[in-house]
Design a protein around this ligand. Sequence first.
Ligand SMILES: O=C(O)C(=O)C[C@]1(C(=O)O)C=C[C@@H](O)C=C1
Length: 376
Amino acid sequence: MENLLELRNEIDAIDKEIVGLFQKRMKISSEVAEYKISTGKKVFDRAREEEKIRAVTELADNDFNRHGIEELFQQIMSMSRKLQYQLLAQNGVVGRLPFIAVEEIEKSRVRVVFQGVEGAYSEAAMKAFFQDDITSFHVEHWRDAMEAIAEGSADFAVLPIENSTAGSVSDMYDLLMEFENYIVGEQVIRCQHNLLGLPDAELSDIKTVYSHSQALSQCKEYLGTHRDWKQIPMVNTAMAAKKVKEDGDKTQAAIASAYAGEKFGLKVLADKIYDNEANSTRFIIVTNQRIFRWDAKKISISFEVPHTSGSLYNILSHFIYNNLNMTKIESRPIPGRNWEYRFFIDFEGNLNDGGVKNALRGIREEANNMRILGNY
Ligand SMILES: O=C(O)C(=O)C[C@]1(C(=O)O)C=C[C@@H](O)C=C1
């Protein structure tokens, strides 16, 4: 039996050849890029890659190696594409992104819509993001706010996208797909929920509690100590407070902010009833224009990938390769296509950065229906 040292020497010699061949192949790939630059042909050629995988896997002696060869060549061609995107960018063949950089997002004398009623956390987010001289109005549903933006009856909408305890607001992702609106800002608001009742109500009177489903889940521990209370979800926490006031029934309570309590003349029956002290909601500021602040730091995109193994992995490699830090990933089912998903990714960067342009170009070519949802 050969000793380990000899075997390692053999492996070293083979690896040297592999490196040499890899470099030789990449050099040819860069010549292909030159051809593509002069002809305007796309970098990614799915048919050619499929054919290549078929041909090289046929050369393998057994199933185990066949699988390995397939993975190896997928990675080699992925590297080859990345080199080509880079060369295209260096030669100025990077399509201009249809977004315009602005000095500032207008925060004064604009029309802003939020969902819910006065006293909603969305109103608090609006007040924190915009100046006092704005004109604002509220609508009943998130969709109404998206529509108001799309048709131009408001300049901006303030909508919840994620809560630190309850997670993403999945409906918002679907609405971002449905409408051609763009995220231009975000505002995080601490959600300090209270149990609110009529001024003459006592804790012992309560039989039913109304709130938004997310707020109910954010107060799960507290509600667990009152298992006999019926929990009824409402479209918004402030709507719940309004209902308790309007019904005038001492057995009803709402979970909402102290601000909503003041607005609707309700009494705080229990304060700070949330499970998590840092409980916060992130709101997005949405508009119908493709604009971004010149110093924006976060990008949101969405895309679909083919229903094949490794397809998401391949798309994510564009972030790694361009040294971009991904901060969030979310998936939503694609309507009408069972068990297929659309991915939503947030990552750090600005649409004017070279690495960002490179990654977006690769993702646009290799994934389906890539959309830039905003840079903020
Ligand atoms: O054949 C091409 O068009 C190439 O650019 C080369 C190559 C490869 O590395 O094999 C790279 C990217 C394409 O998607 C297909 C194949």
